[in-house]
Design a protein around this ligand. Sequence first.
Ligand code: UDP
Ligand code: MG
Length: 140
Amino acid sequence: MANTLGIIKPDGMRRKLAGRIIDKVERAGLIIRGTKVLWLDRERAEKFYAVHQGKPFYKSLVEFMTSGPIMVLVLGGHGAIERWRELMGHTDPAKAKYNTIRREFGTSIEKNVVHGSDSETTAKVEVAFFFREDEILPKE
Ligand code: UDP
Ligand code: MG
């Protein structure tokens, strides 16, 4: 029953895809337990993606993630971590399955519209990166 972190990246927000993405989230039965819109500065984006530091795409990724507002979401429900990853699709939109968000809306391996935590440990850290406890609905 672990929560996971979802992000609608700057490309998704710029292209007004938030509503269509949230529609898919709700249709998939995921529960929205928290959300906010914000604009990452370089320092915060670098910290969030610290695991990718040193990789060839890191600098460009940070540029991209600071290029405009993002929407962050706490998503819950049974198997939320895996289900949100499944709904997003492969990192590279060209390799993502049909009916996934990245396949439908992504335009490159970088500009792939959404982020999702990849494990229970990562999800805890990533949710806490953006949300205080009292900004998240209890699981009841
Ligand atoms: N990324 C990129 N080039 C790559 C791999 C990843 O620009 O070759 C970007 C892309 O936006 C991706 C993010 O870096 O979503 C984080 O990469 P990761 O491998 O964690 O993929 P994800 O978990 O997002 O599927
Ligand atoms: Mg990842």
